[in-house]
Design a protein around this ligand. Structure first.
Ligand SMILES: Cc1ncc(COP(=O)(O)O)c(C=O)c1O
Length: 407
C-alpha cells in the first residue's frame, strides 16, 4: 500500500472507531438531546427563564485562559476585605455591590451572596430571619406566608422545623391583610415572607398594607420581612416601578432573586441580600480550618456563577437590562391584548409579566411547555405564559394562531 493510501486508510479506521466509541459511550445520545433542547427552547413559554442567554464569550474566555482546569470554591464570606485567593469572592462582592443600590440598600448596611438558586436565597432569608428573631427576642418565631407563594417557602419552613401559618390570598393571588391580622400570634416574633410575583398568577403582595398590619401590633416581640422576588426582583429595578422592590420604601430585611430567570445566566443561580444587622446577628460558626466565621448555610459555594453574573453586568448592564425589561412588559401587554381580541379568557396582575388564561389542549401545552394551574374562581383549568426576553411579538402572534386553530 502506498504511504498516502495507508494514511487515508488509517484515518478512516480512526474515524470509524471514534464513531463506534461515541455511539457505545453514549455521546450520540447527548447529540440527539441537543436537537431536542434547541427545538424546545424556541417555544418555551410557561416557565420564567431567559432563553436568550448571552454566555458564549464567557465560555470562550474561560477556555482560552485554561480556567476549566482550575477548581475554585467560594466557601466563606465574600463581603470581606481579604477574600480567599482560590475563589471568585472578589467578583462576587462586586456583584453584590452593583445590585445593592438597585434595591435601595444603603451601601454601608448590606450583606449578600450569589446563591445557587432562588430557593437557596429563600432558605437563607428564612434561616437568617428565624435566627435573627431568636437571637433578639429569645423566642421562636411564627412564619406567615400566603397560599399563592412559591412552594419552596413552605418546604423550607418544614425543613427548618418552623411553625407556619398559611394566609389566604385574594382572587388575584395577593395575601389578604385581614387574614394576616386574624392569624397573628402576637406573643411570638413574626417572620413574614412576601411574594413578589406569586408563581402562577404573578401577584405582588401589598407590602405597605401588610407592614401596616404588623405595625399595628407593637406588642409583637420582633418582626422580620423576607421578600421572595425570584422573578420580579430581576426586572422591576430596571423599570419605572423600581420603588415596588425598594428596601428603603418597603423596609424589608432580606430579599432573594434568581439569576437564571431575568438576568440570563444559563443555569440555576441567584442573589441574596440582607441588612448588615441581620448578618451580624447570626449564630457564629468559627471554623478554624477554613479561617472563617461561616454564617451562611452552605460550605462550598459555586465560584463560576458569580463570574457569570459579573460578566453580564459588564456586558448587558443597567442599559441592556432596562431595554429587556421594557420589551418584556410591552410584550406582556401585547399578549393580553391579543388574547382579549380572540375572546380567550385571560388575566394579568399589575406589574406582572405573567398572563394566565383558560387552559388549551394538551397538544398546545406540550408544544409551548405551558405551566398549569387550577382555580374555580377563573373557571377551573388554567395555564400561563411568562413573557421572558425570548417571547417576542412574532412568537406571540404564532401562539395566538395556534390557539385559534385549537378551538
Ligand atoms: C416566586 C418564586 N419563588 C421561588 C422560586 C424558586 O426559584 P428557583 O427555581 O431559582 O429555586 C420560583 C421559581 O419559579 C418562584 O417563581
Amino acid at each position: 500500500m502506498k504511504p498516502i493510501s495507508r494514511l487515508l486508510f488509517l484515518s478512516a479506521l480512526l474515524l470509524a472507531s471514534y464513531n463506534a466509541w461515541a455511539q457505545s459511550s453514549g455521546f450520540a445520545k447527548l447529540d440527539a438531546w441537543v436537537q431536542i433542547w434547541k427545538t424546545g427552547h424556541r417555544t418555551y413559554f410557561g416557565y420564567p427563564v431567559n432563553q436568550q442567554s448571552q454566555m458564549r464569550d464567557f465560555y470562550e474566555w474561560y477556555l482560552s485562559t485554561g480556567m476549566e482546569s482550575v477548581n475554585l470554591n467560594n466557601a466563606g464570606d465574600p463581603m470581606t476585605d481579604s477574600p480567599w485567593t482560590m475563589s471568585s469572592q472578589a467578583f462576587e462582592r462586586d456583584v453584590i455591590e452593583y445590585f445593592a443600590p438597585l434595591y435601595d440598600f444603603d451601601k454601608d448596611n448590606v450583606w449578600g451572596i450569589v446563591t445557587h438558586s432562588g430557593t437557596d436565597g429563600n432558605n437563607h432569608g428564612i434561616y437568617f430571619g428565624a435566627n435573627y428573631l431568636k437571637n433578639k427576642t429569645q423566642k421562636d418565631p411564627v412564619v406567615y406566608v400566603s397560599d399563592e407563594a412559591h412552594y419552596s417557602n413552605l418546604r423550607l419552613t418544614d425543613l427548618q422545623n418552623l411553625d407556619v401559618r398559611l394566609i389566604k390570598s385574594d382572587r388575584m393571588g395577593r395575601m389578604i391583610p385581614d387574614e394576616l391580622e386574624k392569624s397573628l400570634d402576637t406573643s411570638r416574633p413574626a417572620l413574614i415572607i412576601y411574594a413578589m410575583g406569586s408563581t402562577f398568577k404573578g401577584a405582588i403582595d401589598d407590602i405597605p398594607t401588610l407592614n401596616a398590619v404588623l405595625a399595628d401590633h407593637p406588642e409583637l416581640p420582633g418582626i422580620y420581612r423576607h421578600v421572595d422576588a425570584a422573578l420580579f426582583g430581576g426586572y422591576l429595578p430596571f423599570t419605572r416601578y423600581r420603588d415596588m422592590v425598594s428596601q428603603r420604601e418597603l423596609d424589608y430585611e432580606s430579599i432573594a432573586i434568581s439569576g437564571h430567570k431575568f438576568f440570563g445566566i444559563d443555569s440555576p443561580s441567584g442573589l441574596f441580600l440582607c441588612a448588615r444587622d441581620v448578618y451580624d446577628n447570626q449564630t457564629d460558626f468559627n471554623v478554624t480550618y477554613l479561617n472563617f466565621n461561616m454564617k451562611m448555610i452552605n460550605c462550598s459555594r459555586d465560584a463560576v456563577q458569580p463570574l457569570k453574573f459579573w460578566w453580564l453586568i459588564q456586558k448587558v448592564g443597567t442599559e441592556g437590562w432596562t431595554r429587556q425589561a421594557e420589551q418584556m412588559l410591552a410584550c406582556t401587554d401585547y399578549l393580553k391584548q391579543r388574547l382579549d381580541e380572540i375572546g380567550w379568557p385571560a388575566w394579568r396582575n399589575e406589574f406582572s409579566n405573567t398572563v394566565f388564561f383558560r387552559r388549551p389542549s394538551k397538544r398546545v401545552i406540550s408544544e409551548y411547555t405551558l405551566a398549569l394551574g387550577h382555580d374555580e374562581n377563573f373557571g377551573g383549568d388554567l395555564a400561563h405564559v411568562v413573557v421572558m426576553q425570548h417571547v417576542t411579538k412574532d412568537k406571540i402572534d404564532t401562539f395566538i394562531n395556534t390557539l385559534l386553530n385549537d378551538q
